[in-house]
Write a protein that binds this ligand. Structure first.
Ligand SMILES: [Cu+2]
Length: 607
């Protein structure tokens, strides 16, 4: 039986949005600046169908002063009676264990501000769940917030029923309700969990946490002194609180919400004490809504060993770690010198200190660990997994997906966008940078060339994007073959274990060009080539950053049946339409989660 997931998904989204609005309107909310201005067409993202009223609203929004509130219902910032945030707990779970995660509002001290935030088990990040590879864990989720929730286990090849996509794999968890997620962890490495409802709001407010999956093979990673997860985020604080979110729409929809404060493991001035000679393996996760981080630790040697889903074919030393929203990097750092070191983020116009490492004089150096650090491993086990895939390097793509936006009807004042001019000027899409150095780098998409870094939208310092809202802003995925767009794409059906090559084309002729971190649910993929340059260091991934104007070929191994999302992981772009679904079914045409979708479709038809 073939189910039209796209129709179902659209209906579900529209139901979700209307339920959300009603649920929140029903409760006492004393912070309405304005009468609720509901957009009945929030789910209809077509620009052509934009009503006059919406158009006027959009045009007015852009000409208004930045500080003018939008016409909508602001999520309340009332903090009365909220519990204080606690420090994240590290919890070791064994096969068959059950663990309860509760999402709720907390008060959290960030610098001089007491912020209303959202937390899992009252901590930001949520608890670090340490689990052995191949274990199955039952997560009992409780929603103590005032809006619908789910848990999406990012990068974990879960059974489709536990993927956390409302309307597609489960019903959203209403306030006060619960849901049980039965999760099997097939892969080793670092993963993360977050909601898949109003990600722009939930994630920015603090709903994220790591799974650390220890490999079955004790020699999978190098010997190190310690392993430490680093969760990196930026938040936008204005007037002492996290800047407004609206119940009816997503703001900052063109560029995504860039923050003005940076958090590492939930803290503004995070610091770690290190003993001289230690090699630390950091599991880095970027949980920001929109910001790509360009990380380094000046004075400390870094070796990249893993990506989203396990080891690279070849380890490499680097000065820079580029990490887009939702990506993970596994990096080892050798602290040979005594003193203070900073984890920094570098963008063309400035450098920001994110956290501090204080290295004490008492040496903990161990020869075995030091020697392992300086040896670059070539992982033949990983390489052999990719042999068959590499043979498809030159084959034509099965699907071509254009990532674009059209602002033809929009009154967007581009002069407000700080990086627009720079971006357009520095853009030469017609030729590759062919200097020997950049050529080597181009073979390693993980270390982008300087000219590529120049094209990135690094920031929105004046928050010029605040009045750009959904559905006025419609970021699109267009199937080149059928012309179908985003949620209307309903014919991507693959057989289990098929290898599917998808060419992701970041439209260089779009009205606004920006980088997009593309996330594929439920499966693993590799980046085969970027702008036609083959990638000579493969790693399994679930999220890859397609730079402005770039073309990236990914090869997806469709191992996991179900109906799944493919979307941009800039939260605001996801809500602005840069999302689609695809189906993976077994030889008999059956996919996990079909029972849920059949039931929901029947229900939708009856109402
Ligand atoms: Cu995007």
């Amino acid at each position: 039986m073939k189910i039209s997931s796209s129709k179902l998904f659209k209906l579900a989204i529209s139901l979700l949005i209307s339920c959300l609005a009603v649920a929140v309107l029903a409760q006492d909310n004393t912070e309405h600046n304005h009468e609720a201005h509901l957009h009945p067409e929030t789910n209809n993202m077509s620009m052509d169908n934009m009503t006059m009223e919406q158009h006027d609203h959009a045009a007015m929004g852009h000409s208004m002063e930045n500080q003018m509130p939008l016409s909508g219902t602001v999520f309340t910032k009332d903090m009365d009676g909220l519990p204080d945030a606690v420090s994240p707990e590290t919890v070791a779970l064994k096969n068959g264990d059950t663990y309860t995660i509760t999402a709720e509002y907390v008060k959290k001290q960030v610098g001089n501000h007491t912020l209303k935030m959202l937390a899992y088990n009252r901590s930001i990040p949520g608890p670090i769940l340490k689990i052995e590879q191949d274990s199955e864990i039952l997560i009992k989720f409780i929603n103590e917030t005032d809006f619908e929730q789910t848990i999406h286990s990012h990068g974990v090849r879960v059974d489709n029923r536990y993927d956390g996509v409302p309307g597609l794999t489960q019903n959203a968890v209403a306030p006060g309700d619960t849901f049980e997620y039965r999760l099997k962890f097939k892969d080793a490495g670092v993963f993360w969990y977050h909601p898949h409802t109003r990600e722009d709001y939930g994630q920015e407010m603090g709903l994220y946490g790591n799974y650390l999956i220890s490999p079955e093979d004790n020699n999978y990673w190098n010997p190190v002194s310690r392993e430490i997860p680093l969760v990196i985020d930026d938040i936008l604080i204005e007037d002492g609180q996290i800047s407004d979110f609206y119940q009816e729409f997503t703001n900052f929809a063109l560029l995504g919400r860039f923050g003005n404060e940076h958090l590492v493991n939930g803290e503004k001035d995070y610091s770690l004490n290190i003993n001289k000679g230690e090699v630390i393996r950091f599991f880095v996760t970027n949980v920001s809504n929109s910001r790509a981080y360009n990380l380094t630790i000046p004075g400390v040697k870094l070796k990249v060993v893993g990506g989203d889903l396990g080891k690279f074919e070849h380890e490499y030393f680097t000065d820079n770690l580029l990490i887009s929203p939702a990506e993970r990097i596994v990096v080892e750092a050798m602290f040979r010198e005594t003193g203070d070191f900073q984890l920094t983020h570098t963008q063309p116009d400035n450098q920001i200190n994110l956290m501090r490492f204080v290295t004490s004089a008492n040496s903990h150096e161990q020869a075995e660990i030091t020697n392992a650090f300086y040896r670059l491993r070539h992982n033949s086990d990983v390489k052999s997994e990719f042999t068959g895939m590499r043979n498809l390097m030159d084959s034509p793509p099965d699907k071509i997906l254009k990532m674009t936006i059209s602002l033809a009807n929009q009154e967007i004042d581009h002069s407000e966008h700080a990086h627009m001019d720079m971006q357009m000027d520095s853009h030469d899409h017609t030729q590759h940078d062919t200097s020997p150095n950049s050529l080597t780098r181009a073979h390693q998409p993980n270390v982008p060339a300087e000219s590529v870094l120049q094209t990135v939208q690094w920031d929105d310092p004046e928050q010029s994007d605040r009045t750009n809202i959904t559905p006025d802003i419609y970021w699109k995925l267009i199937d080149e073959e059928t012309g179908k767009t985003s949620s209307d794409i309903d014919d991507w059906v693959f057989k289990q274990d098929e290898l599917v090559k998808i060419r992701l084309v970041n439209d260089k002729n779009a009205d606004h060009i920006m980088q997009h971190p593309v996330h594929v649910h439920g499966q693993q993929f590799v980046v085969l080539a970027v702008d036609g340059m083959p990638n000579n260091n493969l790693v399994w991934k679930d999220t890859a950053l397609v730079f402005p104007g770039q073309t990236m070929d990914i090869l997806v191994k469709m191992s996991n049946t179900g109906e799944w999302m493919l979307h941009c992981h800039i939260s605001e772009h996801l809500h602005a339409g840069m999302a689609m679904t695809f189906r993976v079914e077994d030889a008999g045409g059956v996919a996990a989660g079909d029972e849920f979708r059949a039931k929901s479709e029947a229900n939708l038809h009856h109402h």
